[in-house]
Design a protein around this ligand. Structure first.
Ligand code: AMP
Ligand code: GLY
Length: 422
């Protein structure tokens, strides 16, 4: 079948790579894709949803997969469905789980799903008096989408009040900050868990761990994610059961009750606090870089997984995961995450090591192609992914690959997966 992938990052590249290996897939389109996705399929420069749906019909696209949150929150799935197209992703209504933190927190509360204690407000006075009752650190979050930057972890009450004031005045995040959440700080370790959902049934993928900070040792500013690995040993059978019983099942049942059954990727950002599961947030799409390590670990047909997710048929699917491990090391541009960088040519050495040929690959993200030459265009540029029988082996392979990739200003963390290898 012909498949359309909406998005332009490493996440979408990795979905493309997985589909390319799938014998069911004939042709892959990316909208808009990046400077390297045209090695996997064809890039389509259409951003208008209506025009894209028209394209999908014209080109007999049988499955559309939406990578990023923005088009989901803007209702691309509803529009595609109204044209009779098969599309994998949540409706605009269901996407509020990510699009509005207030919707999400109230949903968690209503369905008794464990999360940090909080208040929501659009009044500074209310925020301020709640902050006065709290212990530090204090977490202040803008309601709307802020590209991963709308969360402030304040180390004093003053700082928390300043953050609340700046958000509520519209100064820091515009309309996205006009309502806020103030919540208790959770002290634990974070996990990313992904459930592929069809509104009713789900398939849980192995838990992954992201590395959100720019620098080694989890220091420096927050980023979209500088590396990830899966499966993580920081989770056991009991925790998986808690995640299913206390989070995934009540979430799907709750969304049904709300009249917005959840179809698509439910990304549960968890904090494990003293062995207990707490939901930090939901996202309504794959994590990036988590997607890049999960895709190569799925041994059964990835096309089937998405197609059955999109057509309410997951129950009939047996998903087979590899028993290996995957580690992704993100390479970013010099000025990430602050500002853009001057484009720099990317050079990848000839891969002669058999180990790398077999167990490593690159997922491209912030790249552009000019006259056949690939340039790093800023942000997160690419990911080096290594597979192995152990996390250590996968990590060594990923870093071996990273040594083969060159561009001016390249930056990467050297400690991805450290929590698993302590
Ligand atoms: P969010 O966008 O809600 O996932 O928040 C971004 C990051 O902020 C999370 O990945 C956590 O590292 C951190 N964070 C958010 N909420 C809390 C909390 N209540 N306690 C501790 N850390 C938090
Ligand atoms: N890796 C975290 C995210 O995609 O939001």
């Amino acid at each position: 079948m012909n498949v359309l992938i909406v998005g332009s990052g490493g996440r979408e590249y990795s979905i493309g790579l997985a589909l390319q290996k799938d014998e069911k897939v004939t042709k892959i389109y990316f909208a808009p894709g990046n400077g390297a996705t045209d090695n996997i399929g064809e890039n389509i420069a259409i951003s208008d949803f209506e025009a894209l749906a028209f394209f999908a019909k014209e080109h007999e696209v049988e499955l559309t997969i939406v990578g990023p949150e923005a088009p989901l929150v803007d209702g691309i799935v509803d529009l595609f469905k109204s044209h009779g197209l098969t599309v994998f992703g949540p409706s605009k209504q269901a996407s509020q789980l990510e699009g509005s933190k207030i919707f999400m927190k109230n949903f968690l509360k209503k369905y008794n799903i464990p999360t940090a204690a909080f208040i929501e407000t659009d009044q500074f006075e209310k925020a301020s008096s709640f902050i006065d009752t709290m212990q530090v650190p204090i977490v202040v979050k803008a309601d709307g989408l802020c590209g991963g930057k709308g969360v402030i972890i304040a180390q004093s009450r003053e700082e928390a009040k300043d953050a609340a004031r700046d958000m509520l005045s519209g100064e820091s995040f515009g309309d996205a900050g006009l309502s806020i959440i103030v919540e208790e700080y959770l002290d634990g370790y974070e996990l990313s868990v992904f459930a592929i959902c069809d509104g009713d049934s789900y398939k849980l993928l192995p838990a992954a761990q992201d590395h959100k900070r720019l620098l080694d040792g989890d220091s420096g500013p927050n980023t979209g994610g500088m590396g990830a690995y899966a499966p993580t040993p920081l989770i056991d059978e009991r925790l998986y059961q808690d995640i299913e019983n206390l989070v995934v099942k009540p979430t799907l049942a709750g969304m049904q009750e709300e009249g917005m059954p959840f179809e698509g990727v439910l990304f549960i950002g968890l904090m494990i606090v003293n062995g207990e599961v707490k939901v930090l947030e939901y996202n309504v799409r794959f994590g990036d870089p988590e997607c890049e390590i999960l895709m190569p670990l799925i041994e059964s047909s990835v096309c089937d997984l998405f197609y059955k997710g999109a057509t309410g048929d997951l129950d009939s699917l047996e998903i087979k995961m590899s028993d290996r491990h995957a580690v992704a090391v993100v390479m970013s541009s010099k000025n990430y995450p602050y500002k853009s960088s001057v484009p720099a040519e990317i050079i990848v050495d000839d891969i002669v090591l058999e180990r790398l040929q077999r167990d490593a690959h690159i997922s491209y993200a912030g790249v552009n192609k000019e006259d056949g030459v690939l340039y790093a265009t800023g942000g997160r540029v690419l990911l080096c992914i290594g597979l192995g029988d152990t996390i250590q082996e996968a990590r060594d392979t990923a870093y071996l690959m990273a040594g083969q990739v060159h561009f001016a200003g390249k930056h990467y963390r050297t400690d991805i997966a450290y929590q698993a290898l302590k």
